[in-house]
Each structure stands twice: as structure tokens, then as C-alpha cells.
Design a protein around this ligand. Sequence first.
Ligand code: GLC
Length: 411
Amino acid sequence: MAIPKAEQRILDFENMGFGMFIHYGLYSQLGQGEWVQHINKIPKDEYAKLADTFTAEKFDAKKIVGMAKAAGAKYVTMTTRHHEGFSLYDTRGLNTYDVMHTPCKRDLVREFVDACHELDVKPFLYHTTVDWYNPDCRRDFPKYLQYLRDSVEILCTQYGEIGGFWFDGNWWYKERDWEEDKLYAVIRKHQPNAIIVNNTGGSARGAVGNPELDSVTFEQGRPTPMNREGMPKYLAAEMCHTMNLHWGFGAADFNYKSLASLIETLCSCRKVGANYLLNVGPTGDGEVPFLQEALLYGIGGWIRATGNAIYEGRPCEIVGEGKNFALRAGKNLYFFIHGLSIVGNADVTFGENTEGIRTFRGLGDEIKRVTWTDDGKEVGFKQNGEELMLDCNGYSYGKDLVVRIAKAELA
Ligand code: GLC
């Protein structure tokens, strides 16, 4: 069976490869994650008082988007309204539970989208579908759905070009008719090139949904290779992850992933052609926590050492040993090599020496030259038909890239 031809916007999305998620809202002030209202059963009226103290004093869109860009992210997905029902944009009379009715009084979505346009990063807008604030969501669903569409229409028409929309919450009422066609029609009318995603949640990772959707999601998961044969439409895949265990700011969540594991996760996404969307959760006043900024800085350094591999490399038929794999980009191949050690002096560089041959199989072309992306040095190789042996040296003292990439030029 044939693989459907991908629309250009979906290919462009796949080539972005790496994005940054921002979870910011009233909840950020409590520092206990974005579900705190629901999980801690905070009465609605009491919770809504958080609007009176929302100043977003340190929310600097240009700084945050600049951080994402420096980290190598090509797009940033920001929560414009989360399940709490509060909007970070001017709802223009739809309700008063928005940023314009707080001491902040700045349309943070405008600032965010403007910063993205200025810095040449694609703005993606997260929007909840389930709403804990608007009583119509429980009481009068058709009326609520109109409110949701009107909200999204504002985002589609008032901020210029939007890279994509990221919906989340249909899993809350699985049995209901969300009238998805009508919602997506609003987007296709005003923003025909926007990517549309609707998160299937942790329980239905990778599930294919409405035909207007452009990508499947793998929330906090591991992306699996997608078999697109016979699919009615070519879909991209995206996996989103937190840096610790909360999306919204978790002041007492110290359970951070390491930079090495973030790098490996980015690689494992690209191995199957999925995008990696990595989250930051600004504090109540809008500042990205230092530790999160530091991890972004680290990823940016790694990506710069790897050239365009993570953006342009696409899955191919070549297989490596263990975690090693290869991606193809036109006349080039990228070999992702894990587990190399630092070579130096046994009194200071610990661990076993892992220099030596790494074998890849399934090559269809003849290789002309191989170099490391980080320092441009030649990598020795031997090719026997479909088998390639790369002579991998370890890292010179002073360096450890976690995953090192060799770029091959094809004859
Ligand atoms: C979930 C959660 C939500 C978070 C999202 C990010 O569906 O409900 O709080 O925004 O995942 O993927």
C-alpha cells in the first residue's frame, strides 16, 4: 500500500524538528503545576482571585523566545488558555477572565507572537478545549463550543500569521461530540497554513484523529515509528516532554532530567521522524526558572555542534547497532553514534575505552567521505556494499557530546 503524499506545511513542520513549549497561566503563581485547581479541589471563586495578583511583571516575550531560538527551537508553543479557563490574550468582550482584567493588562499572546515574528521563530498557540471556569462547558455544551470557536477565531484573526494550533482536552469528555470539524474550519478559513494538533493525552499516544489534524502526539512518551502505508493522509508526529515532572511551574519539583538524557530523547524522536517539544514553566511573575534556562542553553550548544542533522535528517532504511541510527538528507547521511568515551589518561578519564568500529547496514549508495559534524575531522570508513564500518575515535579530552554525529557525503 502506498504512503500518502505529504502536504508542504506538514513537511515544513517535520523539518522544524525541535520546539519549545511554554506553560504559563494563573496557576504559575502557586508553583504546584497547572492542574492544582482541580487536584487540590480549590473552589472556583477562590482560585479566580489569582487574577487579582497576576502581574506577569517579568514576562519578557522577547527574552523567552530568544532563549528558545538559542536552544535551537524553530517553533514555540505557548498556552494561551489552559484548563483553568483564564486567557493570556484579550478576549475582546467574550469574558472578563482574561489578562486584560488583571493588574498585568498586557496582551501576552500579542507580545509572544510579535516576538516570534521578530525573531523568526514560528508561533504555535496551545488552547484548551475543556474549561473548568466556563460553566457552559458542563451545562450547555453547544453554547460552550461556540464560545471556544469564537475564542479561537480571535487568535486566528488578531495576531498575524500563526504557525500552528495545539488543542488539548477532548479526552476529558471522550463520549461527547466536540464538533471538531467546525473548530478546524475556523482555522482553515483564516490560517490555511497552520498546523493543527489535538493532543490525545497519555492514554492514546500516537492515535490518529480527525482528518484535518496534521500530526499525532506522544505526550510524555516515546515516539514509535509510524506506518503510514494506506493512511488517508500523511501525518507528522510530535512528542512533548517536561524537564521535570510538571508542565506548569512546580516550585518544589526537583526531579529534573539531565542534559544528556534530553539530548538522547531529542535524538530518539528524530530517529523516527518525530518532533520534540520540550516544556518550560515560567514562575508566577513570568520568568523561566534558571535551571530550565540552563538546560535550554545546553541543548543549543549541542545542536550547534551537530549542524543541520536534527532538522533536515529524515528516517531511512539504514540500521545501526544498539541505539545508533542514521538519517538521510538528500545527498548526505547522518550517523548518530552513542556511547563514545573520552580518551586520555586513565587517571582522569574514567570508564572503558569505547573507541573503534561502529557498523551500519542497509546502505544503498556509495560513500565518498565522512566527517564529524562538531570538528569537521575525517572519520575513517570501509564500505562493503550495504555494510559500512565507521572507525570511531573517542572524544578528545575536554569534550563529550553524548551523541556524536558523523556526516557522510554520497558519491
Ligand atoms: C495534558 C495536561 C496538560 C498539559 C498537556 C501537555 O493533557 O492536561 O496539563 O498541558 O498535557 O501535553
